[in-house]
Design a protein around this ligand. Structure first.
Ligand code: IPE
Ligand code: IPE
Ligand code: MG
Length: 259
């Protein structure tokens, strides 16, 4: 029987756990092009993309990753045709309705980043329910970036700090990088060690600009609906070979010349 339409069994062994990043963030891109390449409507790409989300979350849990952030909908994605926006919001709602119980069983904690003001009344309660239901879970933290844009997030943090100064709770010269970090939506979440973008595009598209100061980047050519456990583990293995210096000197021993 043809395996078409069935997910192939993966035999990729786990990446080395000692070199695992703590936080991986993914820009899930290429749903539309995946569909287009098959002569399908864009919505089919988004639907298949949800399956890739499930597989990636399971794989992250399997290796014991602490944080996985997924860019689900940007503050700029409202510029898309209304039908596509409705479709994407519908898929997010369906994902939370269908998968929340399962995520909870997997001990996954859900957090949502992005602007919550002016969200439609059918979506905000679902996001809050996902956070509330899973708030005491201790395995993977799944951070869903929804209505998220980094510049908007930084501007909201600036407003909150400015109000504190205005109302006398804070002095302007007490503002530090770490205080700004505490006012971002990602407060309490470590910066991403690794940011993966699928579909071959090599840009951040307003994602985690502040938090990405020392992140490693990986741009993979595959469209998001084709992302899989194997591609995820292979990215984690490549990450282990990166030499992160944070402005200092390498912690890795340098091989002697000629050795
Ligand atoms: C990612 O796929 C999904 C979202 C941005 C919500 P796209 O819809 O951007 O797909 P392409 O980039 O047009 O192929
Ligand atoms: C980034 O992808 C947003 C998400 C993945 C949710 P886009 O497809 O919106 O980014 P651009 O417009 O190609 O930069
Ligand atoms: Mg895109």
């Amino acid at each position: 029987m043809s395996p078409a339409g069935r997910k192939k069994t993966s035999h990729m062994p786990h990446p080395e756990l000692s070199t695992l990043p703590e936080h991986v963030a993914i820009i899930m891109d290429g749903n539309g092009r995946w569909a287009n390449a098959r002569g399908l409507p864009r919505t089919m790409g988004h639907r298949k993309g949800v399956e890739a989300v499930r597989e990636t979350v399971r794989a992250a849990g399997e290796v014991g990753l602490k944080y996985l952030t997924l860019f689900a909908f940007s503050s700029e994605n409202w510029r898309r045709p209304e039908t596509e926006v409705t479709d994407l919001l519908g898929l997010l709602k369906a994902f939370i309705r269908r998968d929340l119980a399962d995520l909870h069983r997997q001990n996954v904690r859900v957090r949502v980043i992005g602007d919550r003001q002016n969200l439609r009344s059918d979506i905000l309660p679902l996001l809050l329910e996902a956070e509330e239901t899973t708030k005491n879970n201790t395995a993977l933290t799944l951070v869903i970036a929804f209505n998220y844009g980094s510049r908007d997030e930084i501007a909201r943090a600036a407003i909150s700090l400015a109000k504190d100064v205005e109302e006398g709770r804070l002095k302007a010269d007490q503002i530090s990088a770490s205080l700004i970090g505490q006012r971002l939506d990602t407060a309490g979440i470590p910066d991403p060690d690794l940011i993966i973008r699928t579909s071959g595009e090599e840009r951040l598209s307003n994602f985690l600009l502040w938090q990405a100061a020392y992140s490693e980047f990986m741009f993979v050519p595959d469209y998001w609906p084709d992302f899989s456990r194997d591609l995820f583990f292979s990215a984690l293995k490549k990450y282990a070979e990166r030499d992160r210096r944070f402005g200092g000197l390498s912690a890795k021993p340098i091989a002697a010349v000629g050795s």
